[in-house]
Write a protein that binds this ligand. Structure first.
Ligand SMILES: Cc1cc2nc3c(=O)[nH]c(=O)nc-3n(C[C@H](O)[C@H](O)[C@H](O)COP(=O)(O)O)c2cc1C
Length: 303
């Protein structure tokens, strides 16, 4: 059996496989399939300062090789997370990553401060959400704002901080360098890609929100490209995601430069995907003489 342990920003994960935020809730529904202790960690549903109902439906649509979503960060707010979800999550024997989102820099910093005294292992700051004080553009689409929100959150917490990047940008490496310069301990990518479908019978968008985020196998090559570019541009660890559904995808993403990987959309069609990926990775390592999975990180040989 290979050593699957990986270290991301000082946090040791027993294996590199982490269900992605929004795809696994708080894990409750999946415990009927396997013990959550098998997972490297869980990035839990995005938490905001106050409860949010999310967007009206339809807010999920299937597409060839992927899905669109416009859930809109439905969650119970940070108090409910701290008092109700987290105590139970901490008994599961896996790393817990709190994924946070706010509509202003101050709100993001306040959230990080609220989580500081908690037992979470790491904070993942989602910068793909609109910044209401700057005309609604996502924090993650502007180097200066991405840097500012990272700095404010870093100053509010002692927890390792991973900043989750938006792919809806021209140069993802510029954003990655800006968050690194402002204190990010790691980056994760990619969040969903802005997309749209139209029902040709009604001539209306399929999602009530008109547009939504595309994820699933359709986005995998884009995610590999971005992870590879970012891993070569920064000196902090990169956690890769976007379209991973098999162990081969996970190995490819790690060769591109990811120290660990997250799995989102694949879990909706196959709840066992994370476990199958861990088992497949283990066998692959044994068959390929790889003693420790971290040996393969960033080993792609570019032309
Ligand atoms: C239904 C749904 C809800 C999501 N909610 C969140 C969220 O709350 N916070 C976040 O940072 N990302 C969220 N994401 C993005 C995923 O964590 C992930 O970055 C993205 O889906 C790409 O990975 P995938 O192709 O494996 O799904 C969500 C994705 C889906 C499909």
């Amino acid at each position: 059996m290979a050593d699957l342990r990986v270290n991301v920003a000082g946090v040791e994960f027993k294996n590199p496989v982490i269900p992605a935020s929004g795809a696994f809730g708080y894990g409750r529904e999946y415990e009927q399939f396997y013990p959550l202790s098998k997972l490297g960690g869980i990035s839990v549903k995005g938490t905001t300062l106050h409860e949010r109902q999310g967007n009206p439906g339809p807010r999920i649509a299937e597409t060839p090789a992927g899905m669109l979503n416009s859930v809109g960060l439905q969650n119970g707010g940070v108090d409910k997370f701290l008092n109700y979800e987290l105590p139970s999550l901490m008994t599961k024997g896996t790393r817990i990553i709190a994924n946070i989102a706010g509509s202003t820099v101050e709100e993001c910093a306040e959230l990080a401060g609220r989580l500081n005294g908690s037992a979470v292992d790491m904070i993942e700051l989602n910068i793909s959400c609109p910044n209401v004080k700057q005309g609604g553009a996502a924090f993650g689409t502007d180097c200066t704002i991405a840097g500012q929100v990272t700095r404010a959150v870093k100053d509010a917490t002692d927890k390792p901080l991973m900043v989750k990047l938006s792919p809806n940008v021209t140069s993802i490496t510029d954003i990655a360098k800006s968050v690194e310069a402002n204190g990010a301990d790691a980056v994760s990518l990619i969040n969903t890609i802005l997309a749209m479908r139209i029902d040709i019978k009604t001539r209306r968008p399929i999602l009530k929100n008109n547009v939504g985020g595309l994820s699933g196998p359709a986005v995998f090559p884009i995610a590999v490209r971005m992870v590879w570019q970012v891993a070569n541009a920064v000196n902090i660890p990169v956690v890769g995601m976007g379209g991973i559904s098999t162990f081969e995808d996970a190995i490819e993403m790690m060769m591109a430069g990811a120290s660990a990987i997250q799995i989102g959309a694949a879990i909706f069609s196959n709840p066992y995907a994370p476990i199958e990926i861990i088992d497949g990775m283990n066998k692959w390592c044994d068959q390929n003489g790889v003693k420790s999975i971290s040996e393969i990180v960033g080993t792609v040989n570019p032309f």
